[in-house]
Design a protein around this ligand. Structure first.
Ligand code: UTP
Length: 299
């Protein structure tokens, strides 16, 4: 029987340069998608997948994240006094029970792989999930829930969420070399980080959800820099394939928004606003007006 996935790592120590100057003082993961920060969507997805232990890999300037998950007694009292029960529930949903959340620092942004390695002492010998909060995935069943189910059915190993991307985009992703394509599950024969379109072994791209075994942490411990001089998570996962361990891509059902890019966050904002009962009518009207006026309306 596979070990249950109870712990998730949230690497939030990146510099977030694509959102400067905002990210000079606001962590990228605190940018709002409508009215909830990106990290809240990630936490909700983790909870829906049965995660009970949350590890944040943070850095200097990220204290807004710690405050976000703390209790806010004055705010709660004020909302209670006003009878604002819906807002109160939202605020309480953002509070973590004592001991459920741990913060570890990455002292230098040496790459995603290095960030995950920083959490090693808290992870021990159990498999764990990794969630990148800037990949927001909308779907009927939350992406990590789908993956945990697929992981249990596959009997363990490493698993990455994957999606097919156009050849022009492969250089932005980790790309799978495919051993066997079974539709939902794709067994990997190798992984290449950010290849040029000519060198890409497929168009099956890794996005920000992973289920990993503790062996990956040993590989990361060798601290070998990869593409862009960063310590890459995909390189450490590729080493598991080399060692004969099963590594799968999982084609999730849902729509992924790359909220680490400005265009992606804007698209997600439109999609999530249109899906909201309290906003959709007005907002759709505004978008129709924009389209009629050839999208030239400014402010
Ligand atoms: P990105 O590649 O999006 O980098 O990291 P970034 O620094 O966040 O943003 P840009 O590219 O400068 O705009 C992917 C994920 O890995 C984390 C980030 O916080 C993000 O969740 N990360 C990256 C770390 O925690 N540490 C690192 O050294 C690098």
């Amino acid at each position: 029987m596979t070990k249950k996935i109870r712990t998730a790592v949230f690497p939030v120590a990146g510099l977030g340069t694509r959102f400067l100057p905002a990210t000079k003082s606001i962590p990228k993961e605190m940018l709002p998608l409508v009215d909830r920060p990106l990290i809240q969507y990630a936490i909700d997805e983790a909870r829906a997948a049965g995660i009970t232990e949350f590890i944040f890999v943070t850095a200097r300037g990220k204290s807004a994240l710690e405050d976000y998950f703390d209790r806010a007694p004055e705010l709660e009292r004020a909302l209670e006094a006003k009878g604002a029960t819906d807002l109160l529930a939202e605020v309480r949903n953002a509070t973590m029970p004592s001991g459920a959340i741990a913060y570890i620092r990455q002292h230098e942004a040496l790459g995603l792989g290095h960030a995950v390695w920083c959490a090693r002492r808290l992870l021990g010998e159990r498999p764990f999930a990794v969630i990148l909060a800037d990949d927001v995935i909308a779907g009927d069943t939350p992406c990590l829930r789908q993956m945990v189910d697929a992981y249990e059915a596959a009997g363990g190993g490493c698993m990455m969420a994957v999606m097919d991307v156009p050849a022009s985009q492969v250089s932005s992703y980790g790309i799978l070399k495919v051993a066997e394509d079974q539709g939902d599950l794709v067994r990997a024969a190798g992984l290449v980080e950010k290849p040029s379109p000519e060198d890409a072994p497929s168009n099956v791209a890794v996005i920000g959800r992973y289920i990993l075994t503790p062996e990956v942490l040993n590989s990361l411990g060798q601290k070998k820099p990869g593409a862009g001089g960063e310590i890459q998570l995909t390189d450490a996962i590729a080493e598991q394939i080399g060692a004969g361990l099963p590594v799968h891509g999982y084609r999730f059902r849902g729509q992924r928004y790359d909220c680490g890019s400005k265009a992606g966050l804007l698209r997600a904002t439109v999609a999530f606003a249109l899906a909201r009962d309290d906003l959709s009518e007005d907002f759709a009207g505004y978008l129709r007006q924009l389209a009629r006026e050839d999208l030239t309306v400014g402010w």
